[in-house]
Write a protein of this length. Structure first.
Length: 122
């Protein structure tokens, strides 16, 4: 909750009322579009992280773990590209957004190629 305090103060009280606030609600204040943020991070992990405050990075990592089943620091971009390529669960939304504007993410196809399982010639 400490990390979202600034955003919380700026948020309309009506947007917060009517349900019990959870940690994910506070992280969503700092990471409002995790799909876009995953694509931006996967396109250029170092630059994307450098653009975020420590609190935003923490919220991004939490959203990734909670909604997409991976942790950017622990699993890395190759694992994220693998999960994106599989398009399972919430990763389908990420894939759809990528397909809408692939030119926004010129480095992402390279990650997808690296993450693609190799065919074994048995």
């Amino acid at each position: 909750m400490k990390t979202a305090l600034v955003k919380l103060v700026e948020t309309d009280i009506q947007d917060l009322s009517g349900h019990k606030l959870e940690a994910s609600d506070f992280h969503a204040l700092l990471s409002p579009d995790p799909v876009r943020e995953i694509l931006g991070w996967l396109n250029d992990p170092k630059a994307a992280q450098a653009k975020l405050t420590a609190q935003q990075w923490e919220a991004f990592c939490h959203s990734c773990k909670d909604k997409f089943g991976f942790h950017p620091m622990k699993d890395g971009p190759l694992r994220a590209a693998e999960m994106l390529g599989l398009r399972q669960g919430n990763w389908g939304q990420v894939w759809d957004r990528f397909r809408e504007a692939p030119k926004r993410y010129p480095n992402l196809p390279g990650w997808l190629r690296k993450a693609k399982p190799q065919d074994d010639d048995l």
